[in-house]
Design a protein around this ligand. Structure first.
Ligand SMILES: [Zn+2]
Length: 1067
């Protein structure tokens, strides 16, 4: 097996030591670098008029953030396995008392300076002589650190250099492994007659969702009423400035952070290992045979198949350096799942936006022939790689960013200036505009503006504009966090309430600092209890709302208060809630009413509502019934109606959610339960409001509090924005067909996002409305208007310009597997609740067959029908499609809530996490210390998901981004068990497993790898032990998607099936 774990980029955090705290905690924590972010982005003062009080706020998440939760995080400190954790019982002390600070933590007074050290943070506006600044790699409102145990790729310090720091010895550019088509080796003797059902891929959008092209629209119609029209061209230009000079504050450009010539830091390595990257675009017409993979597949099946011919993911652990454009042409991005570092040379980073095909078909006919679909996956606040250059913030002053006066597209590198720079042609709608007088600049001999390289908006694919008043319907909202906790009997008895209170108590110190941060808290069972947190009161006062049908709320000013005013009250309250309700005998839960009441309290500001729910809502508005048990009889009667259990029970919660979204309230739902809660109904609330569902089932008071805490912490500390509106614009000829993700949509062209964060991805399907010209480029521009947690109004604009082509072969050559598969998965998830499962499964397979058929028929050169010929770029599409069929969402044997959760989980899922979800990564860990790695955290090469690779004496780790399974074979060696688990036999390992680190290299390496995986996945994986012969072992083997199982064929069988379907279509 090849040595995995290639060289790591040198700029990875030097002082990150994921191991340092591992022996205190269940190795779950990521330590993080201690450096303060450097001061190079202390530039522009926030523009919103009311934002000035916050100019001086410190970067609350800068380096000093403690990494792990202290040992006392979980109900009672580091728990010996089997320790009682239920917070019930009068003698038990409250679980939160006197929590020691985490190792290395500063006293809170030191950790939260009221005045930032000069240059310490992203918002040190008072010092700016240069308004042009950069956003830290983590989007603006958070510190430059990725300070969280939970996995932001612990962002290293951002040093003063603004140029990219490409690591030395970076790996090669992405290269498809090109193999010449093999000669036909076998003829298949006729395909089976089982013809595939030809269907269009998944459902078509409602007719009303189609925006008409060319229709001038307001920039963002979110609150349409008071949005003034954009300024006419040429009016109130931004203040005159000469790039490169120091300006008085308020002028848009300065010299500090934008080097006139972005230096070519660390040129791409050259040498024998660096063949020139393959050119995807601009190849001469009539290219040689496309790279593909062919396999001889016969009816007789497996015996004739050379296992080495089966397409598999090539292990690649080297970091890829990616320039988004080279020689003025778009550069196709590396795989979303690879480790890469982007240099934005005109197109936006693929982290923010990537397309299913990296060349755009000129006609709808060509696209239909390919059977591929055209779609974008946008993740506007994605976290960049630590080594990437920060996004530049551009301030055009009072006039706001330059825009096309017709389509309202934002100025970008592809707008063409003509007539000595006096006019410019919009690359989106083709309209010619006058250049605003003060934005004028002469053109150079190359036809570009002479200042193009100094202005981020003219040479970078992603910039962030400071929004002016016209982008606000009110002052930017404060950061409001409201916590709503289930205290009904089962929530208390299972320890869920205690875990929630503990987690909240821990994250209070992680909330953004400053007077703009407001908090509130309420609990509920069959009634709702608010708490007055005013400082003047000796103790928090409980205010009970008994009416759960027609909900009202106490005085808002009493229950939502400044965090700085109520910190002590809040901590005291969180300590006492579990004991206050420890004898609660009320089993009913008024979830809907409680959410509504909390909403009413937040209505005037908007904000984040974090709900901890443990049982099925059973009373008050929006109550639900245990229809799963009713549904079981339906399932036994036939599968046809089963999918209806995956739809919301009624429209009550949806109607409420739309109102919440209108008032910019985003709801996240933490479901800590041991029973059915009807996620299909509950999830409507987070999905409509830009939130998400977290699911802890079956909730364990021993092993889940750690994950709950980490999830909550990441939720509130990750880069995010509020009251956002997003729109994607396309060049003439293409338009947006539909958006899909977690948001509310009131008009066809925009999506409303009460909140958006770095983990949220939106799928944007596209369609032709005209022909595109061969040789031209088609641009896509995603604009996200949002408010940072510090009250700045910003517009993040990402532009991607791709070449248009008339050649089918170019489409296959430039197909993006990760993006295409992510779209197939998300569309399947959208279909599951409304169609019989078999139909959804067939659709997924048919997408795969139709694409491969098109390639086989029109592009492949080999003539033998006995071969299955796969385009190189999509050679793994059958494997991933098969894995999708066997996933939780598309299996017929899953629990209803599990399937509902899966559907909700994939809806906003970022592209890089899609493939691991269905085709997890598996590595062997019993032999970790035999592998030579450059460092401990290097993850060994993964193993195909087939049981033939699982040895009885081995130990394996499998992770899909959510769960991490450790499988122990029945004859695992005793010395290995001793090193990893401190036991001598498999039986001694508790199923309530907590990974510990022991003093030996093998154990340290395993801990380092788990930490590294958590970092990569932005997720605190739930660890489970799986043993052969137990149900946990069967669960582990259910992930072996290449095996033949009752639920589906083996990989080889599936390839044969696909092949036969293609043959029958060829005939
Ligand atoms: Zn335009």
């Amino acid at each position: 097996m090849a040595t995995p774990g290639g060289p790591r980029p040198g700029s990875f955090p030097q002082n990150t030591n994921p191991n340092a705290l591992a022996d205190h905690m269940q190795n779950l924590q990521m330590n993080q670098p201690n450096q303060q972010p450097s001061g190079n982005y202390g530039g522009v003062g926030p523009r919103p008029s009311n934002a000035s009080p916050f100019n001086q706020q410190p970067p609350p998440f800068a380096g000093s953030r403690p990494g792990p939760p202290p040992p006392g995080v979980f109900p009672r400190g580091p728990m010996p396995p089997g320790a009682p954790v239920r917070p019930t019982g009068p003698s038990q002390p409250p679980p939160f008392a006197s929590r020691p600070p985490p190792p290395g933590a500063l006293p809170s007074s030191l950790a939260r300076p009221s005045v930032p050290p000069p240059g310490a943070g992203p918002r040190s506006a008072p010092f700016s002589s240069s308004p042009l600044t950069s956003v830290p790699p983590i989007p603006s409102q958070f510190g430059a650190q990725g300070p969280f145990n939970n996995g932001p790729p612990s962002v290293p310090p951002v040093t003063a250099q603004s140029g990219p720091r490409f690591p030395p010895n970076v790996g090669t550019m992405p290269r498809p492994s090109v193999g010449p088509p093999q000669p036909p080796t076998m003829l298949s003797s006729g395909a089976t007659s089982q013809s595939s059902q030809m269907r269009p891929s998944f459902g078509s959008p409602p007719a009303g969702a189609i925006p008409s092209i060319g229709q001038p629209a307001p920039p963002f119609s979110a609150p349409p009423s008071s949005m003034p029209p954009p300024p006419p061209p040429g009016s109130s230009p931004f203040s005159p400035s000469v790039p490169g000079t120091v300006q008085a504050s308020g002028s848009p450009f300065g010299m500090q952070t934008w080097p006139p010539q972005p230096q070519q830091a660390a040129p791409p390595p050259s040498g024998p290992m660096q063949p020139p990257p393959p050119r995807m675009f601009g190849m001469p017409p009539g290219p040689p045979a496309l790279p593909n993979q062919s396999m001889a597949l016969g009816q007789t099946g497996q015996s004739r198949i050379d296992p080495n011919q089966i397409p598999r993911l090539a292990a690649s652990s080297s970091v890829i350096l990616h320039e988004t454009r080279q020689d003025n042409q778009a550069n196709p991005p590396p795989p979303a799942t690879s480790d890469y570092i982007v240099k934005d040379t005109g197109n936006c980073s693929p982290r923010y936006m990537r397309c299913t095909i990296n060349q755009i078909p000129c006609t709808v006919d060509l696209l239909s022939t390919s059977a591929m679909q055209l779609a974008l996956l946008v993740q506007p606040l994605a976290i960049p790689h630590p080594s990437e250059e920060p996004i530049q913030v551009v301030d055009f002053g009072e006039s706001g960013p330059v825009r096309c006066s017709r389509c309202k597209g934002y100025i970008n590198p592809f707008m063409k200036f003509i007539d000595q720079g006096r006019r410019f042609i919009c690359n989106l709608c083709g309209f010619t505009d006058e250049t605003p007088r003060d934005y004028h600049c002469n053109l150079g001999p190359d036809g570009r503006r002479r200042d193009a390289d100094e202005r981020p908006e003219l040479c970078r694919g992603t910039v962030e504009f400071v929004a002016t008043k016209e982008y606000m319907v009110r002052d930017p909202m404060p950061a409001v966090f409201f916590f709503l906790i289930d205290v009904s009997m089962y929530a208390i008895q299972t320890g869920a309430t205690a875990a929630a209170c503990s987690a909240i108590s821990q994250v209070i110190s992680d909330l953004p600092e400053g007077p703009r941060t407001l908090v509130g808290i309420a609990t509920f069972d069959s009634t709702i209890h608010f708490y007055n947190l005013k400082r003047a009161l000796q103790q928090p006062l409980m205010l009970i709302i008994p009416d759960v049908q027609d909900v009202y709320t106490p005085l808002e000013s009493d229950v939502i208060v400044q965090l700085s005013e109520c910190r002590e009250h809040l901590e005291m309250l969180l300590e006492s809630i579990p004991t206050m309700f420890q004898n609660n005998k009320i089993v009913d839960s008024a979830f809907g009413a409680a959410v509504k009441a909390a909403f009413l309290a937040m209505k005037s500001t908007g904000g984040k509502l974090l709900v901890f729910q443990s049982v099925l809502p059973s009373t008050g508005v929006g109550s639900l019934s245990a229809r799963e048990s009713e549904g079981r009889s339906n399932i036994s009667a036939g599968e046809k109606e089963a999918h209806k259990l995956l739809q919301p029970a009624d429209k009550t919660l949806k109607t409420m959610a739309i109102e919440f979204a209108e008032y910019q309230v985003c709801i996240d739902l933490f479901i800590t339960t041991q029973s059915y809660v009807d996620i299909a109904s509950l999830s409507v609330v987070p999905r409509t409001t830009g939130g998400q569902v977290y699911y802890y089932y079956p909730f364990s008071a021993l092993s889940d509090p750690a994950k709950l805490y980490n999830d909550l912490r990441w939720n509130v500390t990750r880069p995010q924005g509020f009251e956002a509106v997003m729109r994607v614009r396309c060049s003439q000829g293409i338009q947006v067909q539909e958006y899909s993700g977690n948001f509310c949509k009131r008009i066809p062209t925009d999506v409303d996002l009460p909140a958006i964060d770095c983990d949220k991805t939106i799928m944007v399907t596209l369609k032709h409305d005209d022909k595109l010209a061969e040789g031209s480029e088609c641009a896509f521009q995603c604009a996200l208007l949002y408010t940072t947690v510090y009250g700045q109004r910003r517009i993040r604009v990402s532009t991607l310009s791709l070449p248009c082509t008339n050649m089918l072969s170019n489409l296959f050559r430039s197909a993006d597997l990760d993006t295409q598969f992510a779209c197939v998965l998300k569309q399947a998830a959208n279909e599951i609740p409304s169609a019989p499962l078999g139909q959804v499964r067939d659709q997924a397979t048919n997408v795969c067959i139709n694409i491969l058929y098109s390639y086989r028929k029109f592009c492949a050169t080999a003539s033998s029908s006995g071969q299955l010929i796969l385009p190189e770029a999509l050679k793994l599409l059958p494997l991933y499609t098969l894995a999708l069929l066997k996933s939780n969402g598309l299996r017929s044997d899953g629990r209803i809530d599990d399937r509902s959760f899966w559907i909700n989980f994939v809806s906003p899922l970022p592209t890089p996490l899609v493939i691991p979800l269905v085709y997890p990564r598996m590595i062997s860990i019993h032999d970790l210390d035999e592998k030579e790695e450059s460092d401990d955290a290097s993850i060994p090469a993964s193993i195909p998901l087939s049981s033939e690779h699982i040895s009885d004496d081995g130990i394996y780790l499998l992770e899909n981004g959510e769960d991490c399974l450790i499988y122990i074979g029945s004859t695992a060696q005793e010395n290995v068990l001793q090193k990893l688990f401190n036991v001598s036999s498999v039986e001694e390992i508790s199923n309530q497993f907590i990974l510990q680190q022991y003093e030996n290299p093998l154990s340290k390496k395993l801990n380092a790898i788990v930490n590294e995986i958590r970092r990569q996945r932005f997720s605190y994986l739930r660890l489970k032990i799986c043993k052969k012969g137990e149900s946990s072992g069967m669960m582990f083997f259910s992930y072996m998607v290449e095996d033949k199982t009752p639920g589906g064929p083996s990989y080889v069988e599936y390839l044969i099936h696909i092949h036969r379907q293609i043959q029958s279509k060829m005939a």
